[in-house]
Design a protein around this ligand. Sequence first.
Ligand SMILES: [Zn+2]
Length: 447
Amino acid sequence: MRPILAAALIAALPWAALAAPVWQTVSSEPGKRIELDRTSIKQLDGGKIQATGRLILEREIVDAKSGAGYRVIEATTRYDCANRNAATIKRVFKKDETEVLREEGLRVVELPVRSGTLDGKVLREVCRPGGESIKAVADKASEAAGQLKSANEALVKSESAKPAKKAVEKEKPSVLTRKAEDRRALAAAEVPAPAPRLSRKARAEAHAREVAQAAEAAERAHARVHWSYEGPGGPENWSRLDPENILCGTGRRQSPIDIHDGIRVDLEPIKFDYKPSYFRIVDNGHTVQAALGEGKITLTGKTYSLVQFHFHKPAEEKVNGRGFDMVAHLVHRADDGQLAVVAVLMEKGAENPFVQTLWNYLPLEKNVEVSPPSPAVDLNAFLPASRDYYAYMGSLTTPPCTEGVLWLVLRQPVQVSAEQVGIFSRLYPRNARPIQASSGRLIKESR
Ligand SMILES: [Zn+2]
């Protein structure tokens, strides 16, 4: 469709005028301008504000995905004024102020806002404390819309009238268009343009520096989000919180899994060598974890020492699609560093004396270990009567999701009372990583 025809068609539609945004310039500097659509400002629940802002660049950027150029990036974002966080939910790349090149919906990830960025400038505007109400500001902005529009047009005109002395923005496409899952694109566009008339090599180096800086900034922003089981730090984002967590996203032998279709063979019994011992217990912010004085298991000639054990609610692993109320993971390590985790599934039933002793000494504070001088506990008493098990290779179920972990899931669950589950639930209502793909892994099962 010819542009002129399209314009005529849009002009003929009455609703087109109603939906028109009112752009207000919130920041203007050589090469770029940041604007806020006053009509887009919406008050959300929880004191959050949603708004659409846009970055208008003087020079076009080449989009790596389509090869076409764009000069305008619009971002719709939810701002958490109190915590200075922002979650961008949609980004639109436009050739100019009207023609859309492409759109991308984003996974909602709340990140801290850095001042000077598009988000920083829009947040400052929409979260102004003690100022006029959002509505009043919007109304006023509407009145002043014509004025702003002409001012903006004048700015664009003066910018486009400038001689084409630098192709700086063209140097950035790979930063701006690389898998823009976070604010990297906008962050990169915020990097001050290097001085004009640089040699090709110098520009390439400057570009590389910008890429590195943008990546670092993004990593830093992510690093401030601690991993958890929900929200921005939740399992779907673990791999992006820290470069070390890469396997959480890309690993092919991750845990937990739904255990099914195992081959039934005569599995060598696990030789448990646990001794009654005093214990240490800590609420580490992710689970309740305990450690004993000594304990080890031996399997296929290899000995693994007990390092710690901890609990999840509900059980992370499933068996033939069936879930369990809780699970205990008994983490062991061999001298060569290999980990072996014995999983004891727990289902509601009778009170569990071993668990009760631990719960009696639950620390009142997180990250402060408690070491009661008595009583001693016996982990043997916690194990189920049958030691039949499933075996498969998997990973840690928490970041950094390290693989090469030997999983030994005991088939028979032990019982724990509803009250005991309830106590754990007060601390951790849900601390289980979702089921991961088995990807054709071999599972062995005692027959
Ligand atoms: Zn665990």
